[in-house]
Design a protein around this ligand. Structure first.
Ligand SMILES: Nc1nc2c(c(CN[C@H]3C=C[C@H](O)[C@@H]3O)cn2[C@@H]2O[C@H](COP(=O)(O)O)[C@@H](O)[C@H]2O)c(=O)[nH]1
Length: 306
C-alpha cells in the first residue's frame, strides 16, 4: 500500500481546503496515552460467520456493495450486513457466482428486505454482476480461491482485487496526479482478518501495510476532534449538506488527509509511546466512535468507492 501512503502524502503537501493539525493530532495521541481503545471486529454482531469459504464469499459481496448509504437517511451499513446475512441463512446459494450475475435492482432490494430503491442501485447491480462474472471466470466461482491465491499477503490481496475487479479501483486524479485510496479493497482484507481473527482465510503477515479506510465517517470524527481543519467554504458546504463532487479537489483532500493523519498518529504512537499499532485497529476505534455519534456531520459525495 505504498502507493496509497505516497500519493496521499503528496496531496497533503498541496492541499488548500483541508489541513492536518499536528498539535491537535498530538493531543489526541496524548489523551489516550498511545493506547488505542480495543474494539472487537463485528462489535455490532451483524455479520454472517461460519468459519469457512461461504464467509469469504459473504464478505467479498458485502464489500463490493459497501458504499454510499447516506442518500437514504434510514439506510446504513448495518442493513447491508444484516440483509446479506439473512439472505445466506435463508438460502446458502444466494451469493453463488451465477446468482450474483443475474440479480436485478428489485431482486437485490428484495434480498436485502429494503422497501425502496437503494442509493446508486444500478451501480450496485452492475458491481454484483462484475463480481459474479469474474469470480466464475478466474476463481472457480469462489472468493475463497481469490484469497487463497494471495499467499497470506494482504497487499497482494488488495492488488489482486483491484486487478481483477475494476469496481474496486478506488483512485482519483488530483492536480494531474493519480492518487490511490483503495477503501473497499483494503477493507475486504481487514474484514477477513477481523472475522477469522487472523487465522485461516484471515491470516496475513503484512497487516501493518494496510492503511485506514477513507470513507465518510472517519473524516467527520477527525474533524470533530480537531485533527482535520476545513476551509470556511468547505465547512459551510458540509454543514449545509451540500454535495461534494466526486473527484473534486475538496473530496480528494478530505480522503487523502484522513489517511495521512492516521498514518501520522500511528507514527507518533510508535515514536513517543513505543507501541506498535495497526491502521486497521485505529480504523475500528475511530469508525466505532463515528457511528455511535449520529449527530456528526459528514461530507456527502455520490461515489461507488465509499
Ligand atoms: N473506515 C471504515 N468505514 C466503514 C467501515 C464499515 C464497516 N466495517 C465493519 C467491519 C468491522 C466492524 O465491526 C464493522 O461492522 C463501513 N464503513 C463505511 O462507513 C460508512 C457507512 O456509515 P453509515 O451510513 O453510518 O452506515 C460507509 O462509507 C461505509 O463504507 C469500517 O470498518 N471502517
Amino acid at each position: 500500500m505504498e502507493d496509497v501512503r505516497r500519493t496521499t502524502a503528496w496531496v497533503v503537501t498541496r492541499a488548500s481546503h483541508v489541513k492536518v493539525d499536528s498539535s491537535e493530532l498530538e493531543k489526541v495521541v496524548d489523551n489516550i496515552q498511545g493506547s488505542i481503545p480495543k474494539v472487537e471486529w463485528n462489535f455490532e454482531g451483524i455479520h454472517y460467520f461460519d468459519n469457512g469459504p461461504l464467509t469469504v464469499q459473504y464478505l467479498f459481496v458485502l464489500d463490493a456493495l459497501n458504499f454510499c448509504f447516506w442518500p437514504d437517511k434510514d439506510l446504513s451499513y448495518d442493513h447491508l450486513a444484516l440483509g446479506l446475512k439473512a439472505a445466506l441463512q435463508n438460502d446458502k446459494s444466494a451469493l453463488d457466482a451465477d446468482r450474483l450475475q443475474s440479480y436485478t435492482g428489485p431482486e437485490l432490494r428484495e434480498l436485502l428486505k429494503w422497501p425502496r430503491p437503494l442509493p446508486l442501485e444500478e451501480e450496485r447491480v452492475r458491481l454484483l454482476h462484475e463480481v459474479g462474472l469474474e469470480l466464475e471466470r478466474s476463481f472457480k466461482g469462489e472468493a475463497a480461491n481469490l484469497v487463497k491465491s494471495c499467499g497470506n499477503s494482504a497487499v497482494t490481496l488488495v492488488a489482486l482485487v483491484a486487478r481483477y475487479f475494476p469496481g474496486f479501483r478506488d483512485h482519483s486524479l488530483y492536480k494531474g496526479h493519480q492518487v490511490f485510496l483503495y477503501k473497499r479493497a483494503q477493507i475486504f482484507a481487514a474484514d477477513l482478518w477481523g472475522a477469522f481473527k487472523g487465522q485461516g482465510y484471515g491470516r496475513f503477515y503484512d497487516m501493518s501495510s494496510i492503511t485506514i479506510f477513507a470513507d465518510y465517517i472517519i473524516p467527520a470524527v477527525l474533524r470533530q476532534n480537531g485533527v482535520l481543519k476545513y476551509s470556511s467554504a468547505l465547512s459551510s458546504s458540509i454543514d449545509s449538506n451540500d454535495e461534494i463532487a466526486p473527484g473534486s479537489e475538496e473530496e480528494v483532500e478530505i480522503r487523502a488527509c484522513t489517511i495521512h493523519a492516521v498514518e501520522k498518529m500511528r507514527e507518533l504512537i510508535e515514536s513517543k509511546f513505543r507501541k506498535q499499532v495497526l491502521s486497521v485497529e485505529m480504523d475500528l476505534w475511530l469508525w466505532s466512535c463515528g457511528v455511535q455519534n449520529p449527530s456528526l456531520q459528514h461530507h456527502r459525495t455520490l461515489s461507488i468507492y465509499y
